[in-house]
Design a protein around this ligand. Structure first.
Ligand code: IDC
Length: 312
C-alpha cells in the first residue's frame, strides 16, 4: 500500500483538503489518492457524550483515523424525526463538525434511516436538513453528506435514485463540489444494482455496508463486481461481528474484508463509538471515560480496528 493516506491529511492551512471521485477512488485536490478510515458514532441521540474534542483527538492521534461519522438516526433512539429534539441534535452536529475541522478530520453527516426503510418516508425532513447543513458548511471541504444510511425494499431505479436526485438538488445549490454518499438497497448491500445507472453527478460514491460475521465472500464479490463496473464504492459502516451489531467476531472474514478494501483503496468506517454492551462497540462497558483511552479500555473489536488503522 502506498503511504498516500496518512492519518490526518492536512493541507498548509491545517484543513482537510477537498475530495473528489477519480474513477472508483477518492482523490484530494493535490492529486493524491485518499483512503478514508475512521469510526462512526452510535446514535447521536443516545450517545451524545462521545461527540467531544478529546475523543476525536484520541482517535486521530492514537488510532490514525482521518474521518468521523456522525450517525443521526431519523427514527430510533432519540431520532431526528421522532423524539430526539432537532435543535439539540443540530447543536451536537455543529460541535462535531467544529472538532473535526480543528483536528483536520473529515466528518460525515449520516442521515441514518433504518426501520424507516424507504428514504422517501422522511424526504421532506431530509431535504430541509441537507439544505440547512450544506448552506452552513458550504465553505468546509471536510464535510461529507451521507443521505440515506440503509434503505430496504427500495429498488435503486424507482425509489433511491429519485430520492437521491432530489437531495442532491438541494445540496448542490450550496455545495457544488462536496462529496455525497448514497446508500443502496438491502441495508446498503446492493451496490451492483446501481451499475449502468449512476447518478448524473461527478462527486457521488455508493455505499456498501458489511458485518464480517454475517457477510462474507458473496458480498465481497458484489463489491468487486461493482468496482469492475465502474461504481465508486464507499464502506461507510462495517464491523467484524454479526449484522445485529453483536455476536462473535469472525477474524478470518474480517481479514479478508480488510485486504479487499486496502487492495482497492476503499474507504471504511467502523461501527461504533460507544461503550454499549455489544460486540461492535469499541469501548468496554466498564469504560466510563470519554477520550484518552488506553488499550485496556478497548473491546476486541476496538483493538482489531485500531491495529488495522495504525498498521498502514
Ligand atoms: C444497531 C446498534 C444497536 C441498536 C440498533 C437499533 O448497534 O445498539 O440497538 O442499531 O438502533 C446497521 C445499522 C446500525 C445498527 C448496526 C448493528 O446501520 O444502525 O446499529 N447495523 O445492527 N446495519 C447493519 C448493522
Amino acid at each position: 500500500m502506498q503511504h498516500e493516506d496518512s492519518s490526518a491529511i492536512l493541507d498548509q492551512a491545517g484543513t482537510a483538503p477537498a475530495l473528489h471521485v477519480a474513477g472508483t477512488r477518492l482523490m484530494d485536490e493535490n492529486g493524491r489518492f485518499v483512503q478514508l478510515r475512521g469510526i462512526s458514532t452510535h446514535g447521536l441521540g443516545k450517545y451524545p457524550q462521545y461527540v467531544n474534542y478529546e475523543a476525536f483527538c484520541t482517535l486521530r492521534d492514537a488510532w490514525y483515523i482521518n474521518v468521523i461519522r456522525l450517525a443521526l438516526y431519523t427514527e430510533e433512539d432519540g431520532g431526528y424525526c421522532t423524539d430526539g429534539g432537532q435543535e439539540k441534535l443540530k447543536r451536537l452536529i455543529e460541535a462535531g463538525v467544529s472538532y473535526a475541522a480543528r483536528l483536520g478530520l473529515y466528518v460525515i453527516l449520516d442521515w441514518h434511516i433504518l426501520s424507516d426503510y424507504d428514504p422517501n418516508m422522511h424526504r421532506d425532513a431530509a431535504l430541509a436538513f441537507f439544505a440547512e447543513m450544506s448552506e452552513k458548511y458550504q465553505a468546509n471541504p471536510n464535510v461529507i453528506y451521507e443521505i440515506c444510511n440503509e434503505p430496504q425494499q427500495s429498488p435503486w431505479a424507482t425509489v433511491i435514485k429519485p430520492y437521491a436526485e432530489q437531495v442532491l438538488g438541494v445540496i448542490r445549490k450550496n455545495a457544488p463540489n462536496a462529496l455525497v454518499l448514497v446508500g443502496t438497497n438491502t441495508w446498503s448491500q446492493d451496490v451492483t444494482e446501481v451499475a449502468g445507472n449512476l447518478l448524473a453527478d461527478q462527486n457521488v460514491m455508493y455505499v456498501l455496508h458489511f458485518y464480517a460475521g454475517t457477510h462474507k465472500a458473496a458480498l465481497r464479490q458484489k463489491m468487486a463486481d461493482a468496482l469492475a463496473a465502474g461504481v465508486p464504492v464507499f464502506v461507510s459502516e462495517c464491523s467484524i461481528c454479526a449484522a445485529d451489531g453483536s455476536g462473535s467476531i469472525d477474524y478470518a472474514s474480517a481479514e479478508a474484508w480488510l485486504a479487499a478494501m486496502n487492495k482497492n483503496g476503499i474507504s471504511y468506517i467502523e461501527w461504533n463509538l460507544s461503550n454499549k454492551a455489544e460486540t461492535s462497540a469499541i469501548l468496554k462497558p466498564t469504560c466510563q471515560t470519554l477520550g484518552g483511552w488506553a488499550d485496556d479500555d478497548l473491546t476486541e473489536t476496538g483493538l482489531w480496528f485500531k491495529k488495522a488503522f495504525t498498521a498502514q
